[in-house]
Design a protein around this ligand. Sequence first.
Ligand code: TYD
Ligand code: MG
Length: 477
Amino acid sequence: MAKSHSRFVCQSCGDAFLRWEGQCRTCEAWNTLVETVVREPARAGRSPSTSVVLAGRGAPEPLRSIAEADIPRLSVGIGELDRVLGGGLVPGSLVLLSGEPGIGKSTLLLQAAAGVAARVGPSGGHVLYATGEESSGQVRLRASRLGLLDGPAGEAVRVVPESEIGRIVELARTERPGLVIVDSIQTATVDDLDGPAGSVGQVRESALRLMELAKGDGIAVVLVGHVTKDGTIAGPKTLEHVVDAVLGLEGDRSAGLRLLRASKNRFGSTEEVGVFEMGEHGLDELTDPARAFLVEHDGAAPGSVVAPTLEGSRPLLVEVQALVAPVSYGTPRRTGVGIDPNRLALLVAVLGRRAGIGLGSHDVYANLAGGLSLEEPGLDLPLALALASSLRDRPVRPATVAIGEVGLLGELRSVTGLERRLREAARLGFVRAIVPRSARGGPPPVVDGLDVLAVGTLREAIGVALETDSRSPAMLV
Ligand code: TYD
Ligand code: MG
């Protein structure tokens, strides 16, 4: 293989230099030069991100006469993962699975490898599992814990403790597996490059070469990438442009539930979520996850409100919890886990100014049960109600759900898919829902078994949610 030459490319402006310097001479940014392999012009002609179905070149064609692409799919045998992928892995695609360390990425991929092995059969191909993080022995230990050693995976999943991408690519070209797993991109290196594993240059170059392998040889390649809680590690972020799909595995490491989401998918929707539970024998799919994130209480507790959220096309009922306590010292704290802290601060302000719930001298803590993390505008109302309920030390009426966005004036705005959310709440035994009044003045959705209370403002919603049934029987239906 011809030795490629390298340049130092500024990560800020993209200019390239022959030598490393502390400051980019073009844009004057500091510490942005990263050693990068420069490709031969002949190879550079084909963009590495060219998707497999678009690989052919020729004269422009009218849209209608283009033959329909029949994208083949390689099922991984795990329904939830197949669904998030858009129906299975696409041969020739590069997929990034990202998540915090210890969340279960290696576990999920080993299970997926076993699923592929079971499908393609002993003769049809196999899976190459390149591990740079763990020894082969550790992978075997996990496989035995997952009960995979005696199945087809015991033979068809080939493990190699290797992190140099050139050798992994070579191995893949000679062994011709149907699926290559590289665990992880942070440990991957390319021999031609000097930078340490995990540096932006190594990460990018490794990914580009794996992309070439995927596209050139029609092999599905899955990469593992670690991200920290705030997602700051440069590696996986710069990778997102290169790969065909980015899947994220999230959840609370101590809690068992895991959510798998696609944040990018060239071969499917990014709407779908997969829900898993980490158990003794790996990740189990939860095919009816709607109630998975609800906590069982003996009675209604102040500060707890259930929200019918919608993740992609899937309704999930989630418990929002809040605790407010008088400030003991210094400035009041506002702590949100799984909730956008800016939204929390804003709601505290709106509650104070528009709904008579003053939290200026209180510490505020809020989180979603089950270690879930959601960016859903509709969580505003349940969160605000949970805060009000905690301050008043009065539980929200039993078997009640609430959903809606809160505006700066304390007005409520509707959310998408309201009827779907409410139907799910009714199915799980809730009898009352507090929802925003429709802006167009129409009636709220009618859902069997659910008393839907449409309100216009946050103040009204608090009134409805916290009133005790005995004090105001007129409101009962
Ligand atoms: P792992 O897949 O190694 O995480 P990652 O590759 O994302 O760093 O899984 C880590 C955790 O999962 C580990 O703390 C142990 C736990 N685990 C189970 O609870 N059950 C199991 O069957 C397995 C294999 C792991
Ligand atoms: Mg791992």
